[in-house]
Design a protein around this ligand. Structure first.
Ligand code: CP
Ligand code: NVA
Length: 330
């Protein structure tokens, strides 16, 4: 029997086997081919989905909207603050209402416990579009992007630089462990993933042939890396006051030309985006004024270089979110 995840929620990658994750990457590649060849794939005609966003988004929202429409579905978007959820209606009641109307529910917001509670009560698949702890849909896009570059995943070294305790870093550690890759978290000791999650991933990696390394040495992180990955230094939902401390703490882990030169010959640069690689944003400009730095987690040089895959990665969000919806709703 082939792999099937029909009817399941997609809340975190720890819930999925290596085979199920590989199946989603394969399905993403197939849906990408159909889209590029202009072949219609309205496989979910007649279904409807709702997108609940308690934090802002460009890629994730647009991927669910375009992906849903390409699959033939109706899509409702609820922006931060426009539903009753949380304020006048509990998560549990919201889930029970939306589950009566929709075939699938996407949630982006705060605690992982919220998306888990939605899923426990909705009676339809719930997809995690980012919580404080995890960003699992991003991972399918990222692994598709890595595989497109190297032709395989097993044995590759992926290093995450900077705020290695955030949702993207946590999720990369899990997906790399599941897929037999060598994950390295490179940053200050106080910004490493939670001990429990590290232990869990080490245990998974010991079964798949992967590994988990933590280092505060930029050189060790970059040496021989196939993928150099970073993310913003202060995530959504964290207080603005953290910028000063994070800039001081994480500046030594900026992905720059020097780091790329220490990496493998064919190394690529990845970032989930959005990124502060210049001052063309209000926050970027504000930080430049306050702290005198024009680029943060990655230099503009690396971001714009031939090794950068950030826009392939962004496009792949759409193909992979479509795959996740199709696989769970079909
Ligand atoms: N990478 C990502 O999730 O982007 P958005 O915040 O724009 O959705
Ligand atoms: N760590 C970032 C990811 C954005 C896609 C955040 O949570 O803001």
């Amino acid at each position: 029997m082939g792999v099937s995840i029909a009817g399941r929620s997609f809340l975190k990658l720890l819930d999925f086997s290596s085979e199920e994750i590989e199946y989603l990457i394969d399905l993403s590649a197939e849906l990408k081919r159909l889209k590029h060849e202009g072949v219609a794939h309205r496989y979910l005609e007649g279904k409807n989905i709702v997108l609940l966003f308690e934090k802002t988004s460009t890629r994730t929202r647009c991927s669910f909207e375009v992906g849903g429409m390409d699959l033939g579905m109706g899509v409702t978007y609820l922006d931060p603050g426009s539903s009753q959820m949380g304020k006048k209606e509990s998560i549990e009641d919201t889930a029970r209402v939306l589950g009566r109307m929709y075939d699938g529910i996407e949630y982006r917001g705060f605690d992982q416990a919220i998306v888990e509670e939605l899923a426990a009560n909705a009676g339809v698949p719930v997809w995690n579009g980012l919580t404080n702890e995890f960003h699992p849909t991003q991972m399918i896009a990222d692994m598709l992007t890595v595989r497109e570059n190297f032709g395989h995943l097993k044995g590759l070294k992926l290093t995450f630089f900077g705020d290695a305790r955030n949702n993207v870093a946590n999720s990369l550690m899990v997906v790399c462990a599941k897929l037999g890759m060598n994950f390295c978290a490179c940053g200050p000791k106080q910004n490493m993933p939670e001990e429990d999650l590290i232990r869990t991933c080490e245990q998974i990696a010991s079964q798949t042939g992967g590994s988990v390394t933590l280092t505060d040495s930029k050189q060790e992180g970059a040496a021989g890396a196939n993928v150099l990955y970073t993310d913003i230094w202060v995530s959504m939902g964290e207080p603005e006051e953290l910028w000063a401390e994070r800039i001081k703490l994480l500046s030594p882990y900026q992905v720059d030309a020097e780091a790329m030169n220490m990496a493998a010959q064919d190394a690529i640069f990845m970032h989930c985006l959005p990124s502060f690689h210049d001052t063309k944003t209000t926050i970027g400009a504000d930080i430049a004024k306050k702290f005198g730095i024009a680029q943060m987690e990655v230099t503009d040089e690396v971001f714009e270089s031939a090794q950068s895959r950030v826009f392939d990665e962004a496009e792949n969000r759409m193909h992979s979110i479509k795959a996740i919806m199709y696989a769970t709703l079909k």
